[in-house]
Write a protein that binds this ligand. Structure first.
Ligand code: ADP
Ligand code: ZN
Length: 214
């Protein structure tokens, strides 16, 4: 079984945490736009007739990569994966419509979490600089402070995980991505999961939803 899974939720809802578990349990690939962009920096996008000929030129200048480029890269990453859990895309309704032309989804999961809980999670989040594993200083601390349990790498705090930036990211998310949640809900495909439970409890619901739908 190679399930095609989409995981939706605000920043801090637990997408990365649950995606890691989905990858171990179901043997699929974790596809995020950030990673997909980083591994396709040199891809030739000359045919799109944009300002630059590779995604890397936008990224190295700190410019936003245009939607058409992101769409192509996600398409490529999904077609190269046997099964996947897609995280961080689609961010708006237009991308959701593009996605339905690219691939068929087996399960669409939405991790539902209130804003104040999201802010607490984001400000306490720590990420391994070697393997990307995610921790929380209170809710999911590593065995040894500042050190990754998985690989021994150093943990760091993302620059955008301050309270002010977190609230702004959540606001932007609500504005752009809530319509995406409604889009799948209207299709009757959305599985709403209470993301305020413990990581293990959320995982029970996530696994059940995948097994029921894939
Ligand atoms: P996202 O990928 O949706 O932005 P993450 O998986 O990175 O979210 O989780 C955000 C933060 O919240 C991390 O520090 C993570 O350890 C913590 N976290 C994730 N799931 C839970 C949970 N169910 N309960 C408490 N903390 C959680
Ligand atoms: Zn690590």
């Amino acid at each position: 079984m190679d399930p095609h899974i989409l995981i939706l939720g605000a920043p801090g809802a637990g997408k990365g945490t649950q995606s890691d578990r989905i990858v171990s349990e179901f043997g699929v690939e974790h596809v995020t736009t950030g990673d997909a962009l980083r591994s396709n920096k040199e891809m030739d996008i000359g045919h799109l007739d944009l300002e630059y000929d590779t995604p890397g030129e936008y990224m190295d200048r700190g410019e936003l990569v245009p939607d058409v480029v992101v769409n192509e890269i996600v398409d490529k990453a999904l077609s190269e994966a046997d099964g996947y859990v897609l995280d961080g895309y689609p961010r708006n309704l237009e991308q959701a419509e593009t996605l339905s032309e690219m691939t068929d989804l087996d399960a669409v999961l939405y991790l539902d979490v209130d804003e104040d809980v999201l802010v607490d999670r984001l400000t306490g989040r720590r990420v391994c600089e070697e393997c990307g594993a995610t921790y929380h200083v209170d809710f999911n601390p590593p065995e040894e402070e500042g050190v990754c349990d998985e690989c021994g790498g150093d943990l760091y705090q993302r620059e955008d995980d301050t309270e002010e930036t977190a609230r702004e990211r959540i606001r932007v998310y609500e504005e752009n991505t809530q319509p995406v949640v409604e889009f799948y809900d209207d299709e009757g495909r959305l599985v709403r999961i209470d993301g305020e439970q413990t990581p293990d409890e959320v995982w029970d619901d996530v696994r059940d939803a995948i097994e029921a739908n894939a």
